[in-house]
Design a protein around this ligand. Structure first.
Ligand code: MSP
Length: 685
């Protein structure tokens, strides 16, 4: 670990793993990635934590609906998050899952520590009130019906004994914190909201649940599991090594010591109360003996929502756009650039694919991409691919650029520092436009008539190259892929991530440098065609299997029938090889009872069945929809292969295979069954 550099620790919220991420969740992660990359380019040693929030009733129920275990559901979904972050070039350094044992130990230890050092902070009492299972919010402390303040859905009644956190005792301390750290909540208007909430009086908060199982057990009282927000917030500590005690590895505790407390928790505005009120109070109770600067996060930074037709983009409203299709159609930089340029950070912003493609063409393809390829091609053709060596370094102001060139790195940095991403990008693209204009005025493409005109062309291109040399690193935090390519085409070694954005200077591109091969970085996009491609891919995500032909991917499945070997859909060899009884014994067959059956949207042949196999209920996808109506199958006895490796089809997991005879020329499946009564789970051999 490099301890010589200043540290910077930032976090995204950890995302609920009950469904896949959409552009809204990608927004927070991209914003944090831009900050992380920017800070690294300022010389900071950055820890960037993201992760998945995997406990709670919502997850428990989502899994139940799918007929799989909560563990299977979160395993699957956390991978989708990781895959998307890779696709988006997210440079996170740490990923935390709340189902990891290291996290559970940290949560239990934080509460143990609190009970030890602040004995009054936690107590047990009966709770009766309304709870939103989607936002995990205690909506009201009375049993009367109430709607969730975040999502608007009706909250559920809870009546049980819980562990409580004495939040009411922290009112004054919190108000003092907001005074001592005036930037603690940003933007300022959010701080005012938080202050009024705290000033209006704080109620004690239930931090355990008794009637749910899918959570971290309370230490010494395992009938209770932790309230998901106590659990989730602690991931900001466990994710960088907090265990608190004897079980810390040396590496973990050094990492925690170096990076904690966080410099910024980046969040969406709807979860500000959890971060700006509950979290600091939990920390105050756990570390009453420490100085604020030793344990309190530097800042809670709330951003606005991405809206789709004026409403918050969210899966429950069905108005989501997904990031993967956009990245596959236009590249990673396109989405990143659009989100940071178009949304004024801190405020809500509208999301539109149409506007995204317009921005892409105007600013990336026709803007930076076109400028870079024109300048580099001219240098290649007229200057033998070498940055000209001039008698003296020309002053950009004298060359007609004006001050904007030399001062822009300072101005742009100031905007990044303030999280004014749209402003920083606007300054950078003003510079792109300025260089375009400069070239249009100076026309370096005109063949020189004499030595002096030749020299002058060298000077013009030198200036354009120097401008590109400044623009590229400045834009790098937002559009990392294309800028790295342009950097290499400028003949620069290594990665842009290692370039110090705070040391950029006009003239930094050394005369005599041989440039690389010029290649376009942003091909122009045909709006109609790109929109169609994006929509086709989105439909495939919404209704796996709905589009033809289906490109096989981790998430979609081939259209092949589901029980190939038995229905005969796969041709059997002419003379099947003999197998031994041991070979046959490897196949585990059991009697099962169909509990439910339903069609799968967009897949004509498939049915999704839940089959009771005695000690568990399995989800099985079977290619029998053309032969059986789902309602006729419920209660039916079947034979199921139970030890086949799970397989994903149309985005759903199939955990077993039904045996069926294959009848007639079409191989119509006829399910194997029993003439006599057999219990579910009976072995078939
Ligand atoms: N699991 C909690 C957070 C626990 S942090 C200790 C949670 N998860 S979430 O998946 O519902 O939302 C996480 C974050 O996703 C939001 O705070 C926000 O940053 C981001 N967004 C989700 N939908 C969004 C939009 N439509 N627009 C912008 N950001 C959005 O809350």
């Amino acid at each position: 670990m490099d301890n010589s550099r200043k540290k910077y620790y930032l976090t995204t919220p950890i995302y609920y793993a009950n469904s896949r991420p959409h552009v809204g969740s990608a927004y927070t992660t991209i914003v944090c990635d831009v900050i992380a990359r920017y800070k690294r380019m300022c010389g900071f040693d950055v820890a960037y934590l993201t992760g998945t929030d995997e406990h709670g009733v919502n997850i428990e129920r989502a899994a139940e609906k799918l007929g799989i275990s909560p563990a299977d559901l979160v395993n699957r979904n956390q991978q989708i998050f990781r895959d998307l972050w890779r696709l988006l070039g997210i440079s996170y350094t740490d990923f935390v899952r709340t189902t990891e044992p290291r996290h559970a130990v940290a949560v239990q230890n934080l509460v143990r520590r609190t009970q030890r050092v602040s004995p009054d902070a936690i107590f047990k009492r009966k709770y009766e009130g309304r709870y939103c299972v989607y936002d995990n919010l205690y909506v009201s402390d009375t049993p009367e019906p109430a709607d969730c303040q975040i999502c608007g859905r009706p909250a559920e009644l809870i009546s049980e004994e819980n562990y409580f956190f004495r939040l009411s005792a922290y009112q004054e301390k919190l108000l003092q914190l907001y005074k001592d750290q005036p930037d603690f909540v940003q933007p300022d208007f959010r701080l005012n909201e938080v202050k009024s909430f705290v000033e209006s009086g704080l109620k004690d908060l239930s931090i355990s649940r008794k009637t749910i199982k899918w959570g971290i057990p309370w230490p010494g009282d395992p009938e209770h599991v932790f309230y998901v927000w106590y659990d989730a917030l602690t991931s900001y500590m466990s994710g960088i090594g907090f265990v608190d005690g004897e079980t810390n590895s040396k590496k973990d505790s050094e990492r925690f010591k170096k990076f904690w407390p966080a410099d910024v928790h980046m969040i969406g505005k709807e979860i500000i109360r959890f971060h700006a009120v509950y979290w600091p109070a939990f920390l105050m109770a756990a570390f009453p003996d420490k100085k604020l600067s030793e344990y309190m996060p530097g800042r809670i930074q709330a951003h606005g929502w991405l809206l789709f037709e004026q409403e918050k983009m969210s899966k429950s409203k069905g108005n989501v756009a997904y990031a993967e299709p956009i990245v596959k159609a236009l590249g990673n930089d396109a989405l990143r650039y659009y989100l940071l340029r178009e949304v004024v950070f801190g405020q809500d912003g509208n999301f539109s694919k149409d506007a995204l493609i317009t921005r892409y063409n105007a600013d990336l393809a026709n803007g930076l991409g076109n400028l870079a390829s024109r300048v580099l091609a001219m240098v290649q053709q007229s200057l033998d691919g070498v940055v000209p060596v001039l008698d003296s370094v020309p002053d950009p102001a004298l060359m007609g650029f004006g001050d904007e060139v030399s001062t822009s790195p300072v101005l742009v940095r100031a905007k990044y520092e303030k999280y004014d991403f749209a402003g920083a990008l606007s300054d950078i693209w003003n510079l792109v436009a300025r260089v375009d204009l400069f070239l249009a005025e100076r026309r370096p493409w005109v063949q020189p008539n004499n030595e002096s005109e030749k020299k002058s062309r060298g000077v013009i291109l030198y200036n354009a190259l120097q401008a590109l040399y400044l623009i590229t690193p400045m834009a790098h935090p937002v559009i990392p892929d294309a800028t790295q390519k342009i950097w290499e085409q400028l003949g620069q070694p290594g990665t842009l991530a290692d370039v110090r954005i705070d040391q950029l200077q006009w003239g930094g591109l050394k005369p005599g440098t041989r440039i690389g091969k010029p290649e376009g970085v942003f091909p122009r996009a045909d709006k109609k065609e790109i929109l169609e491609r994006i929509e086709t891919m989105e439909n495939e995500i919404r209704n796996p299997g709905s589009t033809q032909p289906i490109a096989p991917s981790a998430d979609s499945a081939p259209t092949a029938p589901i029980i190939p070997a038995v229905t005969g859909a796969a041709a059997a060899p002419a003379t099947p090889a003999k197998i031994s009884i041991e070979d046959f014994a490897k196949v585990e067959l059991r009697a099962g009872v169909v509990k439910s059956a339903e069609r799968i949207q967009g897949a004509d042949k498939l049915l999704k069945l839940l089959v009771d196999i005695g000690d568990e209920v399995r989800q099985v996808l079977a290619g029998i929809a053309l032969s059986y109506a789902p309602e006729d199958l419920v209660g039916r006895k079947v034979v199921i292969v139970t030890n086949l490796a799970p397989r994903k089809m149309r985005g759903l997991e199939s955990n077993g295979m039904l045996l069926a005879a294959s009848v007639g020329p079409d191989g119509k499946p006829v399910l194997c069954t029993f003439a006599e009564d057999v219990p579910a789970g009976a072995k078939v051999k």
